[in-house]
Each structure stands twice: as structure tokens, then as C-alpha cells.
Design a protein around this ligand. Structure first.
Ligand code: FE2
Length: 432
């Protein structure tokens, strides 16, 4: 039989080894020893083939703007927001498009084939919205871009946010955003959650709020978000991003809150790399890590997906579109070092994120879109440990990015000529 692409000898994230056959942009078979010809044949030689990475929380209107108009000197969230306020009036549509397209190139090379990006609507020009809607169309053949209308300065606190949020949704932005902890009072924050969920219910949209991104344990807008999700019949369509106050909450309150989140089927989106440096800034020692309670949420069956949040922007100077880095940092910051926990962190940048995104045809199974990434690692844990090179990135059956395996050449007397990290295993010592 003739296929467009066959990948031989791949390890799958669930531990199986299989060949993958592709025809007309779809996966048609995942089984051992597939016979047949294909235009493109790849021998995976036991490397991990995974469904692509998804960045479920990003700010594409800000990315790659680092240093414009200046750098964030304190590195804090609040100076980042202030700096963004200085940059926003300087934005042009062309510049946002150019930066976003460049970022998407990088994302694809790193195996990210879907991004949910918040886009600030606190600008009467709606430059970011116009630009990213165009980018969404421009990249659709190789990357799914989903946009969230985000009132950075507060839905109530900014006098222009409410009107512009509706304008952005009218223009085709598909998710309702918000920032309840950024409103003037707790009460306004609560009312903003209700108002935003009602907009989503009326329009049949999803919700993804920047929620409780603070170290204040009394910031509890997630409770309202879970409540409104149930009241308005939005189960499965609502996400709480950041939720960092959960880190600092009293354990008794958390024991009530977490089951409410599970019951409402609210997706939870920690942004480990960004929040581990943005939170705890008022602390001397000990310094809080500022991540939501990831293992406890997962244990209750809550769908948790990691985002990257930022890459070279006013909030975060580093970043490389690397979702394996997000998983790696999450493992360290949450003590999720058991075998099963580390595998769960790989799911948080793949399957769980697809569920939050609402991405159809996702996965490595017959009938799914032929979108996947071949990693220079044997299994998900090794991929996270090595932040493995993306040997091949495939979209609808076509290889759209390739990276060479990591091989270093040594010049050490009596030692091997090369080191390949993905060929390393714990050394077995002879024992008596
Ligand atoms: Fe964010």
C-alpha cells in the first residue's frame, strides 16, 4: 500500500513501540511492522514520537519586544505591566505581525503547533487584535493560533476595556479573558468574573481568565469562577490561568476550593517558568514559589495544562518557545519527581493542553491529524530531562522543521570521540 509518510520504530508517549503511517494529512495506522511504500520514510530508531506541544498560555502581542522601550529593572510583574503600558502606544500593526510571525517560526521549530495567546484590548486602536487576527490566518497551515480578549488594565478598572473587549470578540477573537485580581476591589474582581462569564455564555465562547496571579492568599476569584462556570452551564469551557494565590492559601480553605474546581471542570493553567520568578517578590526568606497546587489538582482529576506565558517580553527576558522547559521547571518547583508525576507533566504540555484548547483531531492514533514531533529522546521523562532536540516536526503529514540530533565531539585522550545525551543511560557497575 502507498502512503505519504511512514515513521518506523517510534516510541510512543504511552510506552508502545510502533510504526506510524500517514495519508492525506491524517494518521491512518499506528501498529508494529507496517508494510508499504511512502514518499517519505523516517526511521525513528526508538526515539519518542509525540503529538505536538501546545502552549496554552502566551502573550503573542508582547513577545520578542524585550528592551523596547526599556528593560524591566526589578523583574517584577508590576513593573512588567507598567512597561507594557509604555510599549503599548508605540505598537504598530506591522511590527506586531512581524514579531508574531518570527515567534511562530521559533515555536514550530520547537514542536509547538498550537498556541493560545491573550491579546490586550486596553487600546482603542486594537492594534494587537487586528495584527494577531491576521497572523492567525497567515499561520493556519502550520500552527493553530487561538486568541483571548484580555483586558490587561482591568475589565472595570480601565474605562475602555469593556467596550473594546466586545469589539475584539465581534472581530473574531474566540475566548473571553479577564484579570479579576487587577480590579480596584475584591468586589469589583468578583463582579468582573460574573460579567465575563455571562458574556461567554451569551456568545457561546470559552473563558480563560488571568486569575489570582498574586501571592495574596485572600485572592479567591477562582472560587467565583468555579461557581459561575456551574451556574451558567460552562463546564469544560472555562480555564483559570496562573492561580498563584493558591500556593499561599490556608490548607483548610484549599481543601474546600480544590474539589469545587474539580466539580466545575475548570481547566487550570500554571505558567511555571514565568511565575516562579514573578511571584514571591515581596518575600525575604523563605521565598514562595508561587505556583498553584499542581499535584493536588491533578489528584482530584482536574485538567492541568502548563503554559509558557512569556518569551523575551516586558515580564520575562528569557524563554525559547520550549514547552519541555515549562514541564522541567514545573517538576522542580512542585516536587513532582516521581515517575508517574513526571509523565503527568509531559501530558500537561500535550494532551491536557489539547483538551483545554478544544483542539480536534489531536493525538497519535488512526484518524487523528498527522501532526507530531519526533524527539531526540526515548521517552517523555528523558525528553523533559534533556529538553530534547526536535528531530522532525510534522504538520498534516509534511515535515516542516528538522533539527540535528545533539552530538558533541570530544577531544579527550582515551575517551570516546562523541557524546550523545540521548544515548546515555545510568551506568551499570560491576558488583561482587
Ligand atoms: Fe499571562
Amino acid at each position: 500500500m502507498n502512503f505519504d509518510l511512514i515513521v518506523k520504530n517510534a516510541n510512543l508517549a504511552d510506552g508502545r513501540m510502533a510504526d506510524i503511517a500517514v495519508a492525506k494529512g491524517k494518521i491512518v495506522a499506528v501498529e508494529r511492522d507496517i508494510e508499504g511504500d511512502a514518499q517519505t520514510m523516517i526511521d525513528a530508531t526508538g526515539r519518542l514520537l509525540s503529538a505536538p506541544f501546545i502552549d496554552i498560555h502566551f502573550h503573542m502581542d508582547a513577545t520578542l519586544s524585550l528592551g523596547t522601550p526599556r528593560f524591566n529593572r526589578t523583574g517584577t510583574l508590576l513593573e512588567g505591566i507598567q512597561l507594557w503600558g509604555e510599549l503599548r502606544p508605540l505598537l504598530t500593526k506591522e511590527a506586531v505581525i512581524e514579531r508574531a510571525l518570527r515567534y511562530c517560526d521559533l515555536a514550530v521549530s520547537q514542536g509547538i503547533l498550537a498556541v493560545r495567546s491573550h491579546v490586550d484590548v486596553c487600546d482603542d486602536r486594537l492594534v494587537g487584535v487586528e495584527a494577531l487576527l491576521e497572523v492567525r490566518d497567515m499561520v493556519q497551515d502550520y500552527l493553530d493560533l487561538q486568541l483571548v480578549a484580555f483586558p490587561q488594565n482591568g475589565y472595570f478598572r480601565s474605562p475602555i476595556a469593556a467596550r473594546n473587549l466586545e469589539r475584539a470578540l465581534d472581530m473574531g477573537v474566540e475566548v473571553v479573558g479577564g484579570i479579576p485580581h487587577g480590579e480596584r476591589t475584591m468586589e469589583d474582581g468578583r463582579l468582573s468574573v460574573t460579567a465575563l462569564c455571562e458574556i461567554a455564555a451569551k456568545r457561546g465562547l470559552m473563558v480563560d481568565l488571568h486569575c489570582d496571579e498574586t501571592d495574596d492568599p485572600h485572592s479567591r476569584h477562582i472560587e467565583t469562577l468555579a461557581y459561575e462556570t456551574q451556574r451558567l452551564g460552562l463546564k469544560g469551557r472555562v480555564a483559570g490561568s496562573h492561580l498563584t494565590s493558591m500556593h499561599s492559601m490556608d490548607n483548610y480553605y484549599a481543601s474546600k476550593l480544590l474539589p469545587l474546581i474539580a466539580e466545575a471542570e475548570v481547566h487550570c493553567i500554571p505558567n511555571p517558568v514565568a511565575n516562579v520568578v514573578l511571584q514571591g517578590r515581596h518575600d525575604t526568606y523563605p521565598k514562595r514559589r508561587g505556583l498553584m497546587r499542581v499535584p493536588e489538582l491533578m489528584a482530584l482529576g482536574v485538567n492541568v495544562a502548563f503554559g509558557q506565558d512569556s518569551c523575551m517580553d516586558p515580564w520575562y527576558s528569557l524563554g525559547n518557545a520550549d514547552m519541555l522547559e515549562a514541564a522541567n521547571v514545573a517538576i522542580h518547583a512542585t516536587h513532582m519527581t516521581s515517575h508517574d508525576a513526571m509523565k503527568a507533566c509531559f501530558a500537561a504540555i500535550t494532551d491536557n493542553a489539547a483538551k483545554t484548547f478544544g483542539l480536534e483531531g489531536y493525538g497519535v492514533a488512526p484518524g487523528c491529524n498527522a501532526d507530531f514531533v519526533l524527539l531526540d529522546a526515548r521517552d517523555p521523562i528523558e525528553a523533559i530531562r534533556l529538553r530534547a532536540n526536535r528531530l522532525a516536526v510534522v504538520r498534516r503529514g509534511k515535515v516542516i522543521s528538522e533539527t540535528a540530533p545533539h552530538v558533541s565531539t570530544l577531544s579527550l585522550p582515551g575517551r570516546p570521540r562523541t557524546v550523545e545525551p540521548s544515548r546515555y543511560a545510568p551506568v551499570e557497575f560491576a558488583t561482587r
